[in-house]
Ligand binder design. Sequence first.
Ligand code: EPZ
Length: 420
Amino acid sequence: MPKFVITGGAKLSGQIAVCGAKNSALKIIPAAILSEEPITIKNLPNIEDVDRSLELLESLGASVTRFKGGVTINTKKIKTTELDQKMADKFRGSIMFVGVMLARFGQVKFPHPGGCVIGAGGRPIDLFIEGYKAFGAEIEEDHGHFYNIKAKKLKPANYFFPLVSVTATESMLMTASIIPGKTILKNCAMEPEIEALAEYLNKQGAKIKGAGSPTIIIEGNKKLKAGIFNVIPDRIETGSFAILAAAANSEIKITKCNPEHIMTLLEIFKKIGVNFETGKDWIQIKKSGKLLAHDIKTHEYPGFATDLQSPYVVLMTQVHGSSMIHETIYDRRLIWTDMLSQMGANITMCDPHRILVQGPTKLHGKHLMSPDLRAGIALVIAGLIADGVTEIDNIYQIDRGYEQLEARLQKIGANIKRID
Ligand code: EPZ
């Protein structure tokens, strides 16, 4: 099992470029099913979840030609409407194939998606199922493992999300884009990846208005045309590297990013005393004095991203004062902090959704296991600022979302090795 071995305390400085957003790529790839013409995606992150998504697409009969930094896809020859159980089990992103298969072929059979363990009861998909029913689909669930979704004729929907969901919003947006008629989606998620998806589909002939706001209106077109897409910068990578620089009190320039997408974090940086400058596509973190604690409450975009909660907790172990971290999006997404406590952090679990972090505390290296990709990067950040050696197992979870992480961190001076 490959692992990272990190020796903390190395002086960090230099530049680190951000890759294309995992949570945009994992929707744009299945979106290729909506068109029978060639689709090209550039600035594609070279990560495990993208590999899984392209493998799943290929298993359906699509042609997938990868080139450096991107891929060309043609789904004209897709022959099956059943998602391979083994492949779909490997990542949450497999759910993004369901709506587009239903829209194009009128039917789809798939297993309950796999992926991270965070979230109550695995990763619920009730909002997706309700959404497909709103389009007139019938759902058959056999033995709780497989879903069979069929529709004689899909009709435009008028749907209000009972809960704000990023992927459920994206799934219904993609499905509606080729169902003739006017679909209205309300209480939608507003993440930048949703706006990027709509822009991309509109370039292929879709008619989508309001993406990035709570109400999205889609005039469905029978089929979409060819398209070329540049994946937007990964805002979670951007925030994670900015937090690393602040926690290590290092001069690091984060390039090929969009500072607009992490405004909530940058506003907090100003309040706690992190010195930084931003440009159109870069953030320069500078040496700072004493940093202060600051409470956060994770929230749908543009609030504090739940995916930045774990790196932020590491930062709070290094600042002066106590901070309340309230995780409102996922159950169990604070369990990883037990490992941070083993490294010397002073953390009190107030309830399953709230922890109190007292800082500053010196962290010391430990042998740990990465439970999911965001806790994984947080443990890497902790290892880089801790005394001694930190070993992190199960780094497949980290490779799911961070391209060649150790090589990129070595370039800014980190002492991190991948041991296969
Ligand atoms: C997306 O997950 C991201 N994943 C997550 O990133 C991110 O943490 C999350 O949005 C929130 O920003 C991808 O885009 C592939 P949700 P998603 O539906 O869409 C509940 C990462 O590390 N819910 O917005 O699955 C759900 O349990 C990953 O890159 C239902 O109850 O998140 C959660 O409590 C982790 N029923 C809440 O909604 C459903 O049918 C919000 O989740 C769907 C979701």
